[in-house]
Design a protein around this ligand. Structure first.
Ligand code: TRP
Ligand code: ZN
Length: 851
């Protein structure tokens, strides 16, 4: 339902709710098309509030009856909910409403997935379950009674009475409504237990549909490791008798941290060697950890309002990144995170959707679960830790948990804790939360022959929508100095760039050093450093910082690609030589070497070209990227068979970092090898693969070589019963289609019997792949834009949230030539012009169209 004029909500308008809640009791009488929800809520006036209006949110609810202190009342229907003249004293509100889970395709509120009842309430879904002050600063304890004939009926907290036809749950921890959850259906569990640091035994369960029992063991192990890690590293103990995870097939995002009852997209929890890749395993481990860590950073301490979303998300992403670094390889994890920041956050921060880590206004909060809030939000915490040191960070976090347990807090509270714990003034640092856009840091060097080396650093951030003026930010720049012979002369030092321009000197050096700047990617900035290929090759060979060593190779690849595109240059021999050296170096971790074999994405190259004054031509970028891959295959031709053979993993499959690293290097080698042997090795790997990591990589290589037809059919026959594997089958075909055929292939796949637009995983498998195919989506004819627009228009009435998220495929449309821009604009305007477009999609399209 489109609101006549979408309303903008501002951070500056925050006021507390006029009432506090002493307790909530809910009864659900389950029925697919007509579930009854009875609520009994004890309110009392909030002494700290000035606005005493009694307003309850409600959407798509049929009100059956309402009463105050047992007397029937007729509330006034107002926009987005109901209003009542409430007593100026404690009172009990009771209501009965009817809702329609079966008709709920938006997957928000109470809905059905494969015959199973489930809920998704963050951010504002609880108002689709009953009338309630649906805002995160209203916290209450919940008692829930579920009536129905489902074999398993779950809610938050600890289990209470249960019997035939009913189950009761009691959550003793006050929580906001967005953390409410209910699941009911024919489920089976994978049980286990965990003993907490104070000796309390917690019952653990992963609940799945019958048939998926065999895919739970890895998730359970990841959960137990997460619980232990949060005790060891943050001193945080679990606080209920039971922790339940449920896998759901139809889900808008990855997973949700509902108190004691996490709900997961099945793709983010179910794992088996035969059906999941190493990357799937790693992602599942990280998401399980993420949701578990929310129990303290998000649930025990929640957000005052949705503008503070990064308070829980930035911090929890930072914590799950730390966890993965500890479980696996820290340098590899850092590189992976920077790759994803550059691929997802930089385009957002440097385009029409740019917004601060803490936004100041929104129309639809669902549109702000972004890479900026999550990933840049995590980077901001990493910088804070670098600036105050590990000890300062530990002290600040202890104080945060101590001071704010049970609160709905703000970014101001968070920064105050750091100021109080460390004595550091964070006034300027706060700009990281308020200013959007990626700062650009320029480096100039000077050497005076008397042993003094100077780095002149300057910073600049381009204007972003709504922010013309940018002030200097506090940027921690980690720098180390190397001798010309490759030894480190000055170990990593954290320079603090706080001014627009600033100089830093290093004295007492015997020779002009080679600086290694922004080690470990110490700040989420774009580094503009005028250095030549020899210098990059030197750093690729010698840098002692693993991140910057990788970065040197990446920069070489980027620069050679840019000159191949711009000038038709040949691939840079220095890059290829450097790669050979890295591939010969068996002391380097396999996963790290696999990353070294990668190259910048086509979309990243388009962004760089655009930034430096060239209109990107997607076809030319595609051709150059392929040519560089061919050149790498040629240059490494004598090493590839050995790399492939030496990195085969014997024995039964294990998803550990070491084995996964080897498979990733072997598969990267296979993909280059296929350019030389026409697919022989890939076919052999496909035929003998006993795990999805090997099977999928082989299928990809075969498709890339144009020899994948038979394997594609075999794959479909083998896996048609498995939704998650079939998602891969759908995606992969689009990924390996030539640009001129991408739209047609995508369209053909939408006519496949197993294409189901209502399932977000399947929709994303197909249209996410279309959007990710740079040269295919931005194909000159506009066919890619048109096809995506057609399907977003179809999906919007069913699922606004997923539609709106996928609009971001268009966010870079103004980078391209006039003809492409005209096609993209027409597609966007066609979406915008739909009658009754959702608020979600309306906001996204109008922001993107503003350019
Ligand atoms: N809070 C969840 C997380 O980051 C994400 C989330 C927000 C979500 N809104 C959602 C998940 C809607 C599913 C659907 O862990
Ligand atoms: Zn989260």
């Amino acid at each position: 339902m489109r609101d006549a004029a979408p309303k903008t909500i501002y951070l500056k308008d925050y006021t507390p709710f006029g009432f506090l809640i002493d307790g909530v009791e809910l009864t659900f009488r389950l029925s697919p098309g007509a579930t009854r929800v009875l609520s009994k809520i004890r309110f009392r006036p909030n002494p700290d509030a000035t606005d005493t209006r009694f307003f309850l949110h409600g959407e798509d609810l049929t009100l059956i009856s309402a009463a105050v202190d047992g007397r029937p009342v007729t509330p006034r229907i107002v926009e987005g909910g109901i209003e009542l003249d409430a007593p100026d004293a404690p009172f009990t509100w009771e209501a009965e409403v009817e809702i329609d889970p079966k008709g709920n395709t938006a997957l928000e509120g109470l809905y059905m997935s494969n015959g199973m009842y489930c809920t998704q309430c963050e951010a504002e879904g609880f108002r689709k379950i009953t009338f309630y002050p649906d805002r995160p600063d209203v916290m209450a304890t919940f008692k829930v009674r579920i009536e129905g004939d489902e074999p398993v009926m779950l809610s938050n907290g600890n289990p209470g009475a249960s019997g035939p036809g009913f189950a009761e749950w009691h959550d003793p921890w006050p929580k906001p409504a967005y953390l409410f959850a209910l699941v009911a259906g024919d489920l089976v569990n994978h049980p286990d237990t965990f003993t907490t640091m104070s000796g309390k035994e917690v019952e653990l369960n992963i609940w799945v549909r019958p048939g998926d029992e065999g895919k739970c063991a890895f998730g359970m192990d990841a959960l137990k490791r997460s619980m232990k890690w949060d005790e060891d590293v943050y001193g945080r103990e679990y606080d209920l008798d039971i922790f339940n995870i449920v896998a759901v097939d139809d889900f808008n995002m990855g997973a949700m941290e509902n108190k004691g009852l996490n709900v997961f997209n099945s793709s983010c929890v179910l794992a088996s060697p035969e059906t999941s890749t190493d990357m799937n395993f790693e992602r599942i481990e990280a998401i399980i950890a993420h949701e578990y860590f929310h129990n303290w950073t998000g649930n025990r301490i929640t957000c005052r309002d949705w503008f503070q979303l990064c308070l829980k998300e930035g911090l929890t992403v930072f914590r799950d990144q730390q966890f993965t670094s500890d479980m696996r390889s820290a340098p590899v994890k850092r590189i992976d995170d920077v790759l994803s920041l550059r691929a997802r956050q930089f385009p957002e921060d440097n385009g029409p959707l740019s917004h601060p880590v803490r936004p100041e206004s929104f129309q639809e909060i669902n549109n702000f679960y972004t890479a900026t809030v999550y990933e840049k939000g995590a980077e901001v915490i990493g910088m804070l830790k670098r600036l105050v040191g590990d000890e300062g960070y530990a002290k600040a976090l202890d104080l945060y948990f101590d001071r704010h347990d049970g609160d709905a807090a703000t970014i101001e509270d968070w920064l105050q804790v750091f100021e109080d714990a460390t004595g550091r003034d964070l006034t300027q640092f706060k700009r990281w939360y308020a200013q959007s856009g990626t700062p650009r840091v320029t480096v100039r060097e000077a050497w005076d022959d008397k042993g003094t080396f100077t780095l002149h650093l300057s910073q600049h951030t381009k204007p972003t929508p709504g922010q013309d003026q940018k002030l200097p930010q506090v940027i921690p720049v980690a720098v180390g100095l190397l001798n010309p012979n490759g030894d480190e002369v000055v170990p990593t030092r954290m320079l603090e760039l706080t001014e627009a321009e600033q100089s830093f000197t290093f004295d007492g050096l015997s020779a002009r050093p080679i600086p290694s700047v922004l080690r470990g990617f110490s700040a989420p900035v774009i580094l503009e450093q005028e250095i030549d290929n020899d210098r990059r090759a030197f750093l690729l060979a010698h840098d002692t910082d693993p991140f910057n060593r990788w970065e040197a190779g990446r920069d070489l690849a980027r620069d050679t690609l840019i000159s191949m595109i711009r000038e038709g240059a040949a691939p840079n021999p220095a890059y290829l030589e450097g790669l050979r050296a890295v591939m010969r170096d068996d002391t380097l971790d396999a996963a790290y070497r696999a990353l070294m074999l990668g190259q910048p994405t086509q979309s990243e190259l388009a962004g760089i070209l655009f930034d430096t004054g060239t209109t990107p031509d997607p076809e030319a970028i595609h051709v150059a990227s392929e040519a560089l891959r061919d050149a790498k295959a040629q240059a490494l031709s004598d090493l590839l068979p050995g790399l492939y053979d030496k990195n085969q993993v014997d024995g039964p499959y294990s998803p550990d970092a070491d084995s996964a690293g080897k498979r990733s290097l072997a598969n990267a080698a296979l993909s280059l090898l296929t350019r030389l042997d026409g697919g022989a090795a890939a076919q052999a790997q496909y035929d003998s693969a006993d795990n999805m990591t090997l099977q999928l990589a082989a299928l990809g290589a075969l498709l890339d070589a144009g020899k994948g037809d038979a394997a594609l059919t075999a794959f479909e026959d083998q896996w048609r019963h498995d939704r998650l594997v079939m998602d891969k089958w759908f995606s992969l075909q689009i990924v390996y289609t030539k640009p001129d055929d991408v739209a047609a292939t995508t369209e053909r796949l939408t006519r496949h019997a197993d294409f189901d637009m209502k399932n977000p995983n399947r929709f994303r498998a197909v249209f996410g792949a279309l959007a990710m195919s740079h040269a295919g989506f931005h194909y000159a004819s506009g066919a890619g834009y048109d096809l995506l627009a057609d399907w977003l228009i179809r999906l919007d009435p069913l699922n606004p949230q997923t539609t709106a998220r996928m609009c971001s495929a268009f966010q870079t449309w103004t980078r391209y030539d006039d003809s492409r821009q005209a096609h993209a604009k027409a597609a966007l305007e066609r979406i915008a012009g739909q009658a009754s477009l959702s608020r979600d999609t309306t906001e996204m399209v109008s922001r993107i169209l503003k350019g």
